[in-house]
Ligand binder design. Structure first.
Ligand code: SME
Length: 172
């Protein structure tokens, strides 16, 4: 599978209608699960998910992980897209809120999120999911889009299930 996953090519930045986004994600997920099966190295898992979710979710402008490196700091991990901030204080931003609360953060308009960190001024909406391992938030998956309101809980719940499986036996 050297070409990654098999999906129709759609231009980066396109916001497909939700139904089409879900069809695309549902086609990709079994392929992503097959690729990831048996992998236990957290960086290998994060890198591969960043690559394959980037390929699948063409409406994202940034797709990747921030890793919890101490009690109050996230450091950037494997990602695709424009350059991300290197470190994020847990007290700040959408990623910080996700890491602090272990709750999915769905932000349709980042301008309305207090303390949003603009690594890229063009970001309009975000979805951030926790990677919880043995009761601790080890990382977050951050997805950003240049479109307002680019994410839904339908997508979030599919990604949540994928993260749960992908990191179940991970070594951080
Ligand atoms: N916007 C995020 C920071 C991460 S970058 O956008 C890649 C936040 O507020 O957490």
């Amino acid at each position: 599978m050297s070409e990654g996953i098999l999906l129709p090519v759609v231009a980066r930045g396109t916001l497909l209608p939700l139904a089409e986004r879900l069809v695309r994600l549902d086609e990709a997920l079994p392929q992503i699960r097959a690729v990831m099966r048996g992998e236990t190295d957290a960086v290998a898992i994060e890198s591969t998910l960043a690559c394959l979710l980037w390929q699948t979710m063409v409406h994202v402008s940034w797709c990747g992980f921030y890793r919890r490196v101490d009690e109050r700091t996230l450091a950037v991990g494997p990602y695709q897209g424009t350059m991300g901030c290197l470190r994020i204080d847990l007290a700040r931003g959408v990623c910080g809120a996700c890491a602090r609360t272990a709750q999915i953060q769905l932000v349709p308009d980042v301008a309305l999120f207090p303390g949003h960190i603009a690594c890229d001024d063009a970001t309009r909406s975000e979805l951030v999911l926790p990677v919880v391992h043995q009761g601790r938030v080890e990382a977050v998956l951050d997805l950003d889009s240049m479109h307002h309101d680019a994410f839904t809980m339908d997508e979030a719940h599919r990604l949540e299930a994928l993260l749960g499986e992908a990191f179940a036996s991970a070594r951080f």
